[in-house]
Design a protein around this ligand. Structure first.
Ligand SMILES: [Zn+2]
Ligand SMILES: [Zn+2]
Length: 394
């Protein structure tokens, strides 16, 4: 009967999940249900919102603690910090009984103030603006170096005509006659009474008789806010960055919400992400692999010469420590991952006649059987039979 969403279930994690497990579960689901991957799919979009909301709460140690104990913004009647919608005003979960009682005894009594009074705490006091989420596409170089990017974020903003009051300029909202400004109404008596949001004023405690012509009384208008946001160095495809205070403006003097950016990074054809590091594939000619060489390789800010040892095998990796991508939020200057150069032997698909004769020459001197050791151990005779029979499944 609780209407509070089960965020653990949403993310498919255990109640005892570590922050890391929560982050992983979130990332996986967020990728799966991301609107960019599911264009026009309303179900995926709804699911993506649920997942984001669950991560907003469980990914923040403080909010998670409050959520687990049903306190703070997760108590009866208050909206969640995440801003995607309320929990329903009355949730008869045992954990929220304390707040129901405080509504019973504090809300309806004489003298309960319109501002700061316990009963009116639901909506009459300042309200924090909603958190927003936006997608940002950046280049590979911007992800590595950080960037300031322009962004257009649709959001509710305070109406300029009425400055958020909702009343036509020159008029003022009047005190709601039904709740007398408390924002709540009480049904029943004594210990069995229940306070609910006032049905006439919707909890604001005031009534607007002459609505503002611009916002039709809501005090807010949909706008597209143009921002320039700083993307920190080291973000990855799918990173989620919090920009404090850039969400929707607060109401009645409340603080603004936060803006969360999901970054989409154009992949580099050369530098491939491997955890904290980049891997770069470096082709070698057959003579370079055999005799060794000095080869030029790209770095994040130019190029370097690597010494390739004689007899370098295909797949050998050389590392340049600390020259890889910066680690997000690792201080200033940031810590950096490594660059891993993986040597691959470039085998031509077709040979010129000169190459053909060189290979002929080579085969005369490289004439051992490198596969002999495959058959040196026990079971060799079986293997030989199978291979001679051309039976690949043996
Ligand atoms: Zn009212
Ligand atoms: Zn207005």
């Amino acid at each position: 009967m609780a209407t509070r969403p089960d965020y653990y279930k949403t993310l498919g994690v255990d109640k005892k999940a570590t922050p890391d497990e929560i982050k992983k579960a979130y990332r996986k689901l967020a990728r799966q249900y991301h609107p960019d991957r599911n264009p026009g799919n309303k179900d995926a979009e709804a699911r993506f919102k649920e997942i984001s909301q669950a991560h907003d709460v469980l990914g923040d140690p403080e909010k998670r603690k409050q959520y687990d104990s049903g306190s703070g913004p997760f108590a009866t009647g208050a909206g969640p910090g995440g801003g995607f919608g309320g929990f329903g005003n009355f949730d008869f979960d045992a954990s929220s009984m304390g707040d129901i009682l405080s509504n019973l005894f504090g809300g309806a009594g004489p003298g309960a103030g319109t501002r700061g009074g316990r009963g009116g705490r639901q909506r009459v006091r300042p309200e924090r603006g909603a958190d927003l989420e936006a997608q940002v596409s950046i280049s590979f170089d911007q992800a590595v170096s950080g960037a300031q990017v322009p962004l257009q974020v649709p959001m509710q903003a305070t109406c300029d005509t009425c400055h958020g009051t909702g009343a036509k300029p020159g008029t003022t909202p009047t005190v709601c006659p039904r709740c007398e400004g408390r924002g709540v109404e009480t049904q029943g008596q004594g210990a069995f009474s229940i306070s609910t949001t006032c049905s006439q004023c919707g909890g604001s405690g005031t009534i607007i008789e002459d609505p503002c012509p611009t916002c039709h009384g809501s005090g807010a208008v949909r706008t597209i806010k143009r921002l320039r946001v700083n993307i920190p160095a080291g973000v990855r495809d799918g990173s989620r960055i919090r920009i404090a205070g850039k969400g929707e403006p607060g109401r009645r003097g409340g603080p603004p919400g936060d803006l969360y950016l999901i970054t989409h990074v154009t992949p580099s054809p050369v530098f491939k992400r491997k955890g904290d590091n980049f891997e770069i594939e470096v082709p070698l000619t057959i003579p370079e692999a055999l005799r060794g060489a000095e080869v030029q390789v790209p770095t994040l800010n130019g190029s370097k010469t690597l010494r390739v040892a004689p007899g370098t095998a295909h797949g050998t990796v050389q590392r340049l420590r600390g020259e890889g991508p910066p680690k997000l939020n690792s201080g200033s200057p940031p810590q950096r991952g490594d660059l891993h150069y993986r040597f691959v032997i470039d085998v031509p698909k077709e040979l010129s006649s000169d190459q053909q004769s060189a290979v002929e020459e080579m085969s005369k001197v490289f004439n051992g059987d490198p596969r002999a050791k495959l058959f040196a151990s026990s079971g060799a005779s079986d293997a030989r039979t199978a291979s001679e029979a051309g039976d690949g499944t043996a």
